[in-house]
Design a protein around this ligand. Structure first.
Ligand code: GTP
Ligand code: SPV
Ligand code: MN
Length: 601
C-alpha cells in the first residue's frame, strides 16, 4: 500500500497537518479489504482491545469493553462551534471555533504517540449517489476502524470517488488517554469538520454517525434543501407486492431499531404483510422530481441496543448478530458467548460483567441494587446485510419514497398510542413540541421528561428555530407531502405497567397509519389531531383487557392544557426566531382544547 494512495492534495495536506499535531508513529490508510480487516482484528486481540468470541457459535464476532465512564454519548461535552452563537441556537453547547480548536489542540498534541493513525475514507450513502456525502476519519483506535468498516462504506473506492468529488468532512478522533476531563466532541459546520477527543465509545467516536450524518448533515441539509433526520426507514409490503415506506423519529433507545425490523404478529400473519428494513437510526430525505419525499439510510450497519433484544422482541436482530458482529459492554460467558439483561436463554450462572469483573446473578452493589451483567447502553455493531429483513433497495441511489412520517417518544402518560396531524404545518408543530423520558443512551437523568423536537435535540447542528423553519419550507416545496403522525408505545397503567404490548404488535398501528395515508379509514377529530376509532385497529389475535385500547387512545384535555404550558416555555426560548406559523398552531391547539366543539386548524 502506498503511503499516500491519493492525488487529492487537500486530503494529503490535511492528513499531514493533523499527523504533525497528533504525532502518530505510523499512518495507515484503510483500504476496505478483508485482509487488512483481519490484520487489524488480530492486532486488536493482541492489544486486548477485542476479545475473540466462540468462533463456532459466533463466527467473526468480538467483545469490547469501554472505560466505565465512557459508555454513552456525553452531551454536556458536545459542542457546535459556529462563528455566531445565535447559529448554534439555545439547545446546543456552543464555543467559538477559534477557542474550541485551541482548547482541543492541547488534548490532541502528541496524543497518538506510540500509536498508528488510521485514515478511513468513508461514504455515508451508496458511493456516488447524489444523496451521499464523503468523510475521512483519522483515528488512533482500531476499535473505531473496525466499527466504521461495519457502519459505513469505507475504503479504496471512496478514495477514488473523492478524486472526482473533492469535498469531504474532515473527522479527527483520538482516544488520547480516555480522560473524561479532557473529552470534547466538537463540530465545526462552517469548516465541515469534526474533532473528537478523550472518548472511545459509540456516537462520540464513530464520527460518520451522529456527528456527520446528523449534526453536520442537518446543517448542510438546510443549505442544500434536504433533511437529515434521526429516523428509521421501514418498508411495509402488502400481499399484492406493493410496498409503502414509513420514516419514524423516536429519541435514543425508544424503539427505532425494533420497529424497523418487526415481524408481523401471529394474528396478522394471515394478511401476509412483510417488513423490509431500510434503516434503523438515520434518514436523509430529499424532494425528487416527482414532488415527493425520498429517503436513504446513509449507514451500512446497526449500532443497536443489546438489553431487551431477544427472539421474542426482535427475532430479525437475533439472526443479524450471529456473525461478524462487535459486542460492546455486554456480559462474557464461560463458553465465550455473550449475554445481556433480557437476552435469550436463562440467566447464566456466572460470567464476566461489562466492567471485566466476575459476575453472578443476584449480586448487589453497595446501594443494595442488582449488579447488571451488561451496561444498559451496551450495544452490538452488525452489518445490515446480515439482517433477514434487509431491504433490497438499500444500494439504490434514489432511495425509497416516504408515505408517512411518524414522531414518537416514551411517555408514561398523556400522549395517546397514535394520532394524526391535520396537515404538514400542524405535523411540524407536533414534531417540534414532542417530549420523551430520557434513557441510558446519553449520560443524564434516566426517566426525566424532556422536550426532544423530532428526536433531534442532541443532534441538530444549528439553531433549532431555523430547523423548524426549514421543515415548514420543505412542506411548501412538496407536491404531496407525507402525512405526519405521532405514536407512543410506552403509556402505562396506574401500576406503571405498559398498556400496549409493543414490538411486533406495533404493526397494527402502522397498518392504521398506512390506511389513513390511502384514505381507507375515517378517524375521530380531537383537539390534538385525528385519533383512530378503536374498531379500525385490527386486534385479531391480541387479547387486551377490555377497555385498554380506549385507555390508550384517551385524550385528557386538562393534562394537555398543562402540557401546553411546558410547550410554551420551550418555544419561548427561541424568542423572535420561533416561526410564527408554529405559534399559530400553538394558539389553535389551545383554543381547540378549551372549546367544547373541537375543530381542525
Ligand atoms: P438508539 O439506537 O439509541 O437510537 O435506539 P432505538 O430508538 O433504535 O431503540 P431500540 O429499538 O434499540 O429500543 C430501545 C429499548 O426499547 C429496548 O430495550 C427495547 O426492548 C425497548 N422497546 C423497543 N420497542 C418497544 C416497544 O414497542 N414497547 C416497549 N415496551 N419497549 C420497546
Ligand atoms: C443514539 O444514542 O441515538 C444512538 C447510539 O443511536 S450512538 O451512536 O451512541 O449515538
Ligand atoms: Mn439513535
Amino acid at each position: 500500500m502506498l503511503k499516500f494512495p491519493t492525488h487529492n492534495k487537500k486530503l494529503k495536506d490535511w492528513v499531514n497537518k493533523m499527523a504533525r499535531m497528533c504525532q502518530p508513529d505510523d499512518i495507515i490508510w484503510i483500504d476496505g479489504s478483508e485482509e487488512q480487516k483481519r490484520r487489524l482484528e488480530k492486532e486488536a486481540v493482541d492489544s486486548g482491545e477485542l476479545i475473540p468470541l466462540n468462533q463456532e457459535k459466533l463466527p467473526g464476532c468480538f467483545l469490547h469493553r469501554s472505560a466505565p465512564d465512557d459508555v454513552a454519548r456525553t452531551e454536556h461535552l458536545t459542542f457546535i462551534c459556529t462563528r455566531r452563537k445565535r447559529d448554534a441556537g439555545p439547545n446546543n453547547n456552543w464555543m467559538p471555533p477559534r477557542s474550541a480548536y485551541q482548547k482541543a489542540r492541547k488534548f490532541f498534541k502528541g496524543a497518538m504517540k506510540r500509536r498508528a493513525m488510521y485514515v478511513i475514507p468513508f461514504s455515508m450513502g451508496p458511493v456516488g449517489s447524489p444523496f451521499s456525502k464523503i468523510g475521512v476519519e483519522l483515528t488512533d483506535s482500531r476499535y473505531v476502524v473496525l466499527n466504521m468498516l461495519i457502519m459505513t462504506r469505507a475504503g479504496e473506492n471512496v478514495l477514488r470517488q473523492l478524486e472526482k468529488e473533492d469535498g469531504f468532512t474532515k473527522c479527527l478522533h483520538s482516544k488520547a488517554d480516555l480522560d473524561i476531563n479532557k473529552r470534547l466532541i466538537l463540530h465545526f459546520p462552517e469548516d465541515n469538520a469534526i474533532w473528537s477527543v478523550g472518548s472511545g465509545y459509540g456516537g462520540n467516536v464513530l464520527l460518520g454517525k451522529k456527528c456527520l450524518s446528523l449534526r453536520i448533515a442537518s446543517f448542510l441539509g438546510q443549505k442544500e434543501h434536504w433533511l437529515a433526520e434521526h429516523m428509521l426507514i421501514m418498508g411495509v409490503e402488502e400481499p399484492n407486492g406493493h410496498i409503502e415506506y414509513v420514516a419514524a423519529a423516536f429519541p435514543s433507545a425508544c424503539g427505532k431499531t425494533n420497529l424497523a425490523m418487526l415481524i408481523p404478529p401471529e394474528g396478522l400473519k394471515a394478511k401476509g404483510y412483510r417488513i423490509w428494513t431500510v434503516g434503523d437510526d438515520i434518514a436523509w430525505m430529499r424532494i425528487d422530481s416527482d414532488g415527493s419525499l425520498w429517503a436513504i439510510n446513509p449507514e451500512s450497519g446497526f449500532f443497536g441496543v443489546a438489553p431487551g433484544t431477544n427472539s421474542r422482541s426482535n427475532p430479525n436482530m437475533v439472526e443479524t448478530i450471529k456473525k461478524n458482529t462487535i459486542y460492546t459492554n455486554v456480559l462474557f460467558k464461560s463458553d465465550r458467548t455473550v449475554w445481556w439483561e433480557g437476552a435469550d436463554g436463562g440467566v447464566p450462572d456466572e460470567g464476566i460483567d461489562w466492567q471485566g469483573r466476575p459476575w453472578k446473578p443476584g449480586m448487589l452493589n453497595a446501594e443494595g441494587k442488582p449488579v447488571l451483567g451488561a451496561h444498559p447502553n451496551s450495544r452490538f455493531t452488525a452489518p445490515i446485510a446480515n439482517c433477514p429483513s434487509a431491504s433490497f433497495r438499500l444500494e439504490q441511489h434514489h432511495g425509497v419514497p416516504i408515505s408517512a412520517i411518524v414522531f414518537g417518544g416514551r411517555r408514561a402518560h398523556l400522549t395517546p398510542l397514535v394520532y394524526e396531524s391535520f396537515n404538514w404545518q400542524h405535523g411540524v408543530f407536533v414534531g417540534a413540541t414532542m417530549a420523551s423520558e430520557m434513557t441510558a443512551a446519553q449520560v443524564g437523568k434516566i426517566g426525566q421528561v424532556r422536550r426532544d423536537p423530532m428526536a433531534m435535540l442532541p443532534f441538530c447542528g444549528y439553531n433549532m428555530a431555523d430547523y423548524f423553519k426549514h421543515w415548514l419550507n420543505m412542506g411548501k416545496k412538496m407536491a404531496k407531502p407525507p402525512k405526519v403522525f405521532c405514536i407512543n408505545w410506552f403509556r402505562t397503567d396506574e401500576n406503571g405497567k405498559f398498556l400496549w404490548p409493543g414490538f411486533g404488535e406495533n404493526l397494527r398501528i402502522i397498518e392504521w397509519i398506512l390506511d389513513r395515508c390511502n384514505n381507507k379509514v375515517k378517524a375521530a377529530k380531537t383537539p390534538i389531531g385525528y385519533v383512530p376509532y378503536a374498531s379500525d385497529i385490527d386486534m385479531t389475535g391480541l387479547d387486551l383487557a377490555p377497555g385498554t385500547l380506549e385507555k390508550l387512545l384517551d385524550i385528557d384535555k386538562k393534562a394537555w392544557i398543562e402540557e401546553l404550558k411546558e410547550i410554551k416555555k420551550f418555544c419561548r426560548q427561541f424568542k423572535k426566531d420561533f416561526p410564527q406559523e408554529l405559534w399559530q398552531e400553538y394558539e389553535n391547539l389551545l383554543l381547540r382544547l378549551k372549546s367544547d366543539e373541537p375543530r381542525p386548524s
